[in-house]
Write a protein that binds this ligand. Structure first.
Ligand code: NAD
Length: 484
């Protein structure tokens, strides 16, 4: 089976911050791979716009280096690289001043999609939106893409939403959460709503609890000052894990359409109970396995910022009352692994007697690495006298199941940027969703601040602080292992 490429109409894409780290590592390589996939008509134009004084040739040379480093396989095709570079233009632009804007406006085509990617510090989002409008570049076909972080708390998110709304309609604003662009995250919806098998069991009557783990082996290198002000709660929990929680817990939308999906996600966030202080564990990594501790890395010996957080959440609605959701995320953990485990209840009665052993079904949805789904089912232990039960995995690795042509699924940024061009907001966060997520997160962070909470230390290369194990143990449960 070969994946289909659906062609898009001509477009102009302006990358504010086109010389920055995110543009070089993610946005431009993603665009290049879509170009190689043959998805574009011949007159697409990509414009880098940033502070640096460069001309088209200088920008093309910077992008050529970025492609070699971040899209090495495709970059071996010299014809493709030349073809892509020829679509690139560059304009030095000052986000907070008048320089460059007239020239930028002059470059854009008429009557076609214009996407402006804000890959710059969030304080520049307002000035950029204002100038796009002031210099006559805002048309009905204009869209803006804003990167995370979207605010620091509820107040700042509200004010950012209001600033953007002064220049653009909500249907022109694309708030990126790259987790939503991951193939398996979209598969979550396909598995739930494309099969008859799971949905009847998808509720508190059959599901004991759900675990969502996003474990990283990386630290905070290169982002020290941002991260020390943010921490795991703001950097990961408020956005990525909340989005996963929404997709796993939401009611079936009537159709796969942006507002139908986002309405259902919003209802989940609004149904979340406040988290009790003893249902949350914060951690901070300390030196181990030759790696430095968090405080050394950020150069702040008294930092109380968490690099790990685990919590137990409750959704107060008809479907989920009584089924806890355990969420955890952290840096410098033992393995890189993002997985959702749906832990079903035990069978109500064992006809084989207690000696046979009791096993519950687990549906594991692996987001990275090795995307796929495993269903743990119980069978008879082979060759034994009597009846003893064991678990076996029904394992489906998507790459294996879908064949070699699909071993490399599009990167999240490829999918999301093409959705912007197509005008499909389903996989982007709506303003009210982001605000609701902050409204749930803010009191948790305020509680830590008022109590002077200090995160629990955990070793680099471990599974996180021991208290996170206790959080589960107190409820008679345990985390599934963090496996690469
Ligand atoms: P960066 O510092 O590497 O690049 C910033 C870019 O903004 C540069 O091109 C610079 O020229 C431009 N710029 C700065 N001030 C300007 C001004 N006054 N006028 C015009 N251009 C200006 O930053 P980055 O790491 O690429 O991050 C960009 C955005 O993406 C930030 O909002 C960041 O939070 C977000 N983000 C980055 C990553 C990442 O992995 N780098 C991941 C997620 C989100």
């Amino acid at each position: 089976m070969v994946s289909r490429v659906i062609p898009v109409d001509p477009f102009d894409l302006v990358i504010f911050g086109g010389t920055g780290d995110l543009a070089r590592r993610k946005i431009l390589p993603a665009l290049f791979r879509r170009f190689c996939a043959g998805q574009w008509p011949s007159d697409v134009q990509i414009v880098g716009a940033a502070r640096r004084t460069l001309d088209d040739t200088g920008f093309r040379s910077l992008v050529s280096d970025a492609l070699k480093e971040h899209a090495p396989k495709h970059a071996r095709d010299r014809v493709a690289v030349e073809g892509f570079l020829s679509r690139l233009r560059y304009v030095p632009v000052e986000a907070e001043g008048p320089q460059g804007w007239e020239e930028l406006a002059g470059l854009l085509g008429q009557n076609r999609v214009r996407a402006f990617y804000f890959s710059v510090a969030p304080r520049l989002f307002g000035p950029l939106a204002e100038r796009i409008e002031a210099f006559g570049m805002a048309t009905e076909k204009t869209r803006i893409v804003v990167e995370k972080p979207f605010g620091h708390d509820l107040d700042s998110a509200r004010s950012l939403n209001a600033t953007l709304a002064a220049h653009f309609d909500e249907n022109q604003i694309y708030r990126i959460d790259h987790y939503l662009g991951k193939e398996t995250v979209q598969n979550l919806m396909a598995v739930r709503f494309g099969n008859m098998l799971f949905e009847p069991l998808w509720n508190s009557q059959y599901v004991d609890h759900i675990q969502i783990t996003v474990a990283e082996t990386v630290g905070v290198d290169g982002r020290e000052s941002y991260y020390d002000r943010a921490g795991a709660m703001r950097d990961m929990m408020q956005n990525h894990l909340m989005q996963l929680l929404c997709l796993i817990a939401m009611e079936p939308p009537a159709k796969f359409d942006p507002d139908a999906v986002r309405d259902e996600k919003l209802k989940v966030i609004r149904a979340l109970d406040p988290v009790l202080p003893h249902h949350i564990v914060r951690g901070q990594f300390v030196a181990a396995e030759g790696l430095p501790g968090y405080r050394e890395v950020v150069g702040n010996p008294r930092s109380t910022t968490e690099s790990y957080v685990a919590l137990r959440a409750h959704i107060s609605n008809w479907r989920w009352a009584g089924t806890p959701f355990y969420l955890r995320t952290g840096k410098r953990l033992v393995a890189r692994s993002s997985v959702i485990n749906v832990m079903f209840k035990d069978a109500p009665h064992s006809i084989f007697g207690e000696d046979a052993g009791r096993h519950a079904n687990v549906l594991s949805i692996r987001l990275q690495p090795n995307e796929g789904i495993t269903l743990k089912v119980t069978i008879k232990e082979p060759g034994q006298g009597g009846m003893r039960l064991v678990d076996v995995p029904l394992d489906m690795s998507f790459a294996e199941a879908l064949g070699p042509e699909n071993q490399v699924s599009p990167d999240a940024y490829e999918r999301l940027i093409m959705d912007v061009v197509r005008g499909n907001q389903t996989l982007f966060m709506r303003g009210d969703e982001v605000e609701a997520a902050w409204a749930w997160t803010d009191p948790i962070i305020a509680g830590w601040q008022s109590r002077g909470d200090v995160p629990k230390p955990y070793d680099c290369g471990s599974t996180g602080p021991g208290d996170a194990e206790l959080l589960m143990k107190r409820d008679g449960r345990r985390w599934q292992g963090i496996k690469p």
